[in-house]
Structures are given as structure tokens and as C-alpha cells.
Design a protein around this ligand. Structure first.
Ligand code: GDP
Ligand code: MG
Length: 163
């Protein structure tokens, strides 16, 4: 079985870091500046015994028109269309923001299998309120650290369950 997974979320939550970890190469640009991934990137990802095509996207921005933010949003919507499943990433340290809520709605409406990842959840206790993240309507959040490679087996279980 081969399938395609789109990594979706607002800027700076760690989508490109996750993409690079899954693909095993630094194909995506990681930067402290939000929205640095301006082009869509695809790579062959591995997670446990699963292999699939991963799509890294720019962060979702709530804007329309010909602006950079608008193009990013269009790119994200196209990636959602093309994907068999969606990985929606939030920042466990920042908690759920209004932008996360807005775009969770867009992801819900796509009606595709979704895994909700709460990234940056390494080592020390994080402030994420689980019920707050659950309120996105995308299921239970799976805490991971894309940077440190933690939580990946729970992510694997959640992805298998979602598919
Ligand atoms: P994107 O905009 O969603 O693609 O986010 P990036 O992958 O570019 O990462 C944004 C910032 O978050 C960078 O400074 C990363 O080093 C940092 N980051 C990504 N994953 C983690 C993580 O698991 N833990 C921590 N503490 N920082 C992370
Ligand atoms: Mg990025």
C-alpha cells in the first residue's frame, strides 16, 4: 500500500522538522521565522514499517488574495486535497491558538483521516491542556518531539489507527 500524508499546521509548530525526521534528509528548510517553507516539498517518509509520501507545506495563514500568505493557504488546501491522510501539528508549548482552531475546521471539513500531533513536548512538562487540544475535534493529541525524535511510536500507532 502506498499513500500520501500532508503535514499541516500554522507557521513555526515544527512541520518541516517533522518532515525532515520522517524523510531522513534535510529536504525542508527549518527556520525560526514562521512560514519559511514557501514551496511544497515531497519526500519518501518512513515511520516504523510504514513508508509513504509526505508533503511539507508552508504554515497556514488566514489570508486571501495574491499575498504570500494567500498563496501559502492555497498550497495547503491543495496538499489537503492530494493527501490520503493529514497530520495536523500544534505546538504543545504555545497551546491551542485561534489560528489552530480556524484551520482545524478546514481539516475537519476535508473528511480525511487525521492525526493530531502536539509537537515540542520533549522532556520537561509542557503546558498543553489535553482537553483544549481535544476541543479541535481531531481526536486525542499525540505528544511528540520532532526535534528529539520522541513519541514516534505513539505517532505510528495513531496513524495506523486513523488510516
Ligand atoms: P514550521 O514552520 O512548522 O515548518 O516549523 P519548523 O520546522 O521550521 O520549526 C520552527 C521552530 O521550532 C524551529 O526553531 C525548530 O527548531 C523548532 N522545533 C521544531 N520541532 C521542535 C521540537 O520538537 N521541540 C522544540 N523545542 N523545538 C522544535
Ligand atoms: Mg516549514
Amino acid at each position: 500500500m502506498t499513500f500520501t500524508v500532508a503535514i499541516i499546521g500554522r507557521p513555526n509548530v515544527g512541520k518541516s522538522t517533522l518532515f525532515n525526521r520522517l524523510v531522513g534528509k534535510k529536504l525542508a528548510l527549518v527556520d525560526d521565522q514562521p512560514g519559511v517553507t514557501r514551496d511544497r516539498r515531497e519526500g519518501e517518509a518512513r515511520l516504523g514499517d510504514l513508508t509513504f509520501t509526505a508533503i511539507d507545506t508552508a504554515g497556514l495563514e488566514d489570508a486571501d488574495g495574491a499575498s504570500l500568505a494567500g498563496r501559502m493557504r492555497q498550497q495547503t488546501e491543495a496538499a489537503i486535497q492530494d493527501a490520503d491522510a493529514i497530520i495536523f501539528v500544534i505546538d504543545a508549548r504555545a497551546g491551542v491558538t485561534p489560528i489552530d482552531r480556524h484551520f482545524a475546521g478546514l481539516v475537519r471539513r476535508a473528511g480525511k483521516p487525521v492525526v493530531l500531533l502536539a509537537n515540542k513536548a520533549e522532556s520537561r512538562a509542557v503546558g498543553l491542556q489535553t482537553y483544549e487540544a481535544f476541543g479541535l475535534g481531531l481526536g486525542d493529541p499525540v505528544p511528540i518531539s520532532a526535534e528529539h525524535g520522541e513519541g514516534l511510536s505513539d505517532f505510528y500507532d495513531a496513524l495506523l489507527q486513523a488510516l
